[in-house]
Structure formats: C-alpha cells, structure tokens
Design a protein around this ligand. Structure first.
Ligand SMILES: Cc1cc2nc3c(=O)[nH]c(=O)nc-3n(C[C@H](O)[C@H](O)[C@H](O)COP(=O)(O)O)c2cc1C
Length: 336
C-alpha cells in the first residue's frame, strides 16, 4: 500500500541533486520492496573514477525519497545494502513509523544549486546546524579558513580538470549550452544553470569543440582561466568530512547527510555551489586535508555556501518537473 502510493511521488524524488545532473538512480518495485540502484550509463567514469560523487548522489536521492514519502504521510524506511556488482545501494520498504524529518516536499521542489553571487556566508548558527547533521553520522562539516590558499587550490584543480581529455569529453557530453540540445529539458548542465550568457555559452561550446585540436597549444589553461574565481562571488567554503575508514556504504550515508545539509541551508535562505574539483584532484585534496588537519581520504565534498543575491534557474529532470519528457524516457540508455 505505502509502496504503491510512493510510485506517484517518484517524479518529485527526481529533484534530488546529482553530479553533472546525470540522475544516476533507478528504482525497481519488486515483491513488496523497492530496490534503489543505479544505471551505469549515468555514471561519470572519467570525472568520478572512484564513484564517490555517484554514491553521494545516490544517498541524496535516498534522503529525498524519504522526505517526499514522509511529507505525503507514507511510512517508509531505507535499509542500506550496498552491492557494487548488483549496482544497488539498498531497499526502500514499508515501516511502522513515518520517517522523522524537518523537511518536506516544498523544500525538495524549491532547493537548487546556486553558482551566482552570494551577499553573505552562513552564520554561526547555520554552520553549527550542518556540522551537527554530519556529526550524527560520525563526520563533521568544516569551514575552510584560508581564502587566498583556497583560490590557488581552485586554480590548480580547474587546470587539472581541463588538462584531461577524458574528463573534458565527459563534461561536454553533459553540457546543454543551447536550448536546441535534444536533452536540454531532461538532464545535464544548462547554460542557464551555469549562469552563462548566450555569448558565453557559444564561446564555451566552440572552445570545447576545438579542444582535441587546441589541447596542446594552451586551450586547457585558457578554459581553466575562463572558469574565473567563484570565490570572488562571495560566501564561505565548507567541506564535508566523513569518519575515518569510510567504505562505499558510508559514502551513500553521507549523500543523505549532504541532502540534509543542503535542505538546511535552503530553509535558512542559503544555497550551495559545489566545488568537487577540489576533492577530485589528489594534489588539492591533500592540501585541503593538511589545511584542515584531516586525512585527505576523509574529505567527501566541498561547496561554496551563502545567501544568493538572486534566484537560480531550476535544473532539468528526465521525469517530473517543468518541461519533462515524461516517465519512461530513456533515450540515453538506448545509446545516445
Ligand atoms: C555529489 C555532487 C557533486 C557535485 N559537484 C558539482 C560541482 O563540482 N560543480 C557544480 O557546479 N555543481 C556540482 N553539483 C551540483 C549538480 O550539478 C546539481 O545538483 C545538478 O545540476 C542538479 O541541479 P540542482 O542541484 O539545482 O537540482 C554536484 C552535486 C552533487 C550531488
């Protein structure tokens, strides 16, 4: 009964955040439980070879499912059961109790990543609240104290991203820089979400198309420089730190922590702009770890957070939301 009713809510669950907006999750209803898994076609083998962002995204999706179900009065729980071979993180099943959460469908619908200007960073109360969320799962949230070092690290990380043809090719395949793109309303990163003007989007499209030819004559550095310095747009950078010895299941659990963190920020009128490249690049991850006095492998996610000056554009989804192509659309899986 609970699971049958949950089916109708699934399009809203799709509002969960995911790296490059690939929406990698997959729900399968089977014999009174719902298997939560992922689609290989929506993973990022070049940008996310360890699968860390995949597992964080899946955890964020699980948390979103529980929040959406609880808001509708459904009693669901998640049973973690990570199995990489089966591409599964666990099961949703009926529970005697409604999931206890301060968040609801309205926040899931309205929350969004914000890559624009912030008028202020989080105050001490919000910082303490998100740290308390991470601590309840054995982690912590730390604010990065040294802005000048952070700006240098970001430049290094951006250069590393653009120096790798596989990472650039993968990013390009998820960019939607013109509304004429066939998947503009389905997934990926649109020009609008990235805050690009039409001219900037055209320049980026042209530069990325020329990448294979111009890679050896300095284009990667130019692209990295063109990314600018998001830290100049205000806010503070926070880092989600997991417990020592985290395994894959812990990273899924911290995806749930990440979703709770972002919903907490949203409720306080704030937003997050993830800077995953700081964690992806081994050099900047190590530098960040030593700055925070934390083993680098415990760093799970970094984001600039603050109070947006203006609203952000809503991102696309394959099902539900505005301009959806409707449930069951799976062109990408059929070999785009
Ligand atoms: C684990 C994870 C890593 C992410 N990394 C980045 C990032 O490095 N840079 C960025 O601009 N957005 C990043 N994002 C934000 C996604 O691009 C965003 O969630 C997605 O496009 C959907 O948009 P929404 O959050 O507004 O719904 C990340 C999101 C997740 C869940």
């Amino acid at each position: 009964m609970e699971l049958a009713a949950f089916r109708a809510l699934e399009p809203l669950c799709w509002r969960a955040p995911s790296a490059h907006n690939t929406q990698p999750w997959r729900l399968d209803h089977q014999n009174g439980v719902v298997r939560v898994g992922w689609e290989q076609a929506y993973t990022l083998p070049a940008a996310d070879p360890s699968g860390r962002d995949l597992r964080l995204s899946l955890g964020a999706f699980v948390e979103t499912c529980l929040v959406v179900a609880a808001d509708a009065g459904l009693r669901l729980e998640f049973v973690a059961d990570h199995c990489a071979e089966d591409r599964r993180v666990g099961w949703l099943r009926a529970s005697p109790h409604r999931y206890d959460t301060p968040f609801g469908a309205a926040q899931v619908r309205a929350r969004r990543t914000h890559r624009g200007r912030f008028s202020a960073g989080p105050d001490a109360e919000v910082t303490a609240a998100v740290d308390a969320i991470a601590r309840s799962s054995g982690g912590t949230v730390r604010t990065v104290p040294d802005a000048a070092l952070l700006a240098r690290l970001l430049r290094i990380a951006d250069r590393q991203v653009y120096a790798d043809p596989a990472v650039v090719g993968e990013l390009r395949s998820w960019l939607r820089l013109t509304p004429a793109h066939p998947d503009y309303r389905a997934d990926g990163l649109t020009d609008r979400c990235l805050g690009l003007s039409r001219g900037e989007a055209t320049v980026l499209r042209t530069a990325l198309a020329a990448y294979p030819v111009l890679r050896r004559v300095g284009l990667p550095r130019l692209l990295a420089a063109a990314s600018g310095n998001p830290l100049a747009l205000g806010g503070a950078v926070i880092v989600l730190v997991g417990p020592p010895g985290s395994d894959d299941a812990t990273q899924v659990e911290f995806g749930r922590v990440l979703a709770r963190t972002w919903l907490t920020l949203h409720t306080a009128g704030l937003a997050a702009h993830p800077l995953s490249q700081l964690i992806d690049s081994p050099a900047t991850r190590a530098a960040l770890g030593s700055l925070l006095g934390v083993a680098p492998e415990r760093l799970l996610h970094a984001a600039r957070v603050g109070r947006p000056v203006s609203p952000a554009e809503p991102s696309a989804r394959r099902i539900g939301g505005t301009g959806s192509n409707g449930p069951g659309r799976s062109g990408r899986l059929d070999g785009k």
